[in-house]
Design a protein around this ligand. Sequence first.
Ligand code: SF4
Length: 367
Amino acid sequence: MSKSFQDPEIIKKIKTKIHNLADKFVDRKIRICHVCGTHEYTISHWGIRSLLPSNIEVIAGPGCPVCICPNEDIEQGIWLAKNGYTLATYGDMARVPSNQGSILTARAEGADIRVVYSFLDVIKLAKSNPQKNIVFFAIGFETTAPTVAIELINHQIPSNLYILSAHRLVPPAMSVLVDQPDIPLDGFIAPGHVSAITGSGIYESISDQHNVPIVVAGFEPADVMLSILAILQQLIHSRSKTENLYSRVVTREGNKTALTAMDTAYEVVDARWRGIGVIPSSGFEIAKDFSKFNIRVKEEIPITGGRDIPKGCRCADIMLGKIYPEDCSLFNSRCTPENPIGPCMVGNEGTCAIHAKYGGHLDLDSD
Ligand code: SF4
């Protein structure tokens, strides 16, 4: 990665341009939303917010796959682990609290839980343990969903391995966010890695139908600053287009191999997002052609449902871009990365965890 994307002088030049444009929005607050934990990391770690004029705000939406995974999916995983299956999932996911405790709590109670780093680890685990029935609790956005899809269509899944799919799709959530009447949004920074799979073209109908500028951005500080500048420029000229500022990685068409694999291996379904509710056409379920690997087809898994967000936790408001973590009374007091109360404090991509670790408002411009 070129150092120029981290060069303070370049960032300050972009900052000046942002301030000049912001002056044109007299008495108007501009709210720009991103939907990506990695963007929140960049913004917090590099102190991007401290570089912006007071009338330009960048808020975090539901960009953390662990945080948005609903209670009912976690409970299904725990039920399976307590009923004879070995449950494999990522470390962050295992720590998220549900009404039945976390997946790690289930392990402490004797359930067979394996923390993995990739789906390939799970395939190896299943192949080396043919006597066990393994379930992969598959979470994540369009970035991780292709891995499972490609193995399914290439018939690389052993017969003792099943999928509990909790994959979610980012663009439908953006459509919901922009429609919130109480939280007006003026633009989106679209996630570079998701867009590398989907292509930037996927956002065009959103920017057209909702009259909102969408700019695909990478993860260096200059990438984010340039995306803010591009959104302001669109607003000044009353435009609402999808722009791709991450062309070194993202094309308009996306990754055709991954898209074809997902089209074949999954069905798009309505899906619940923690703290937000059901979003139409926002989830992947295993397609009928591969239903022998779908654990929800093999087992009737009871769902108790119940409260998605712990009492006092304000993750729902954070994921909807209504507040910052610092606005939660439990932030960094009763709720910390070591002892998370809500899902946003659990994983590396959780907004509360990022703010707890990096402060959220560091000052790059303190010279
Ligand atoms: S600080 Fe903790 S309790 Fe508060 S919103 Fe974040 S995760 Fe929830």
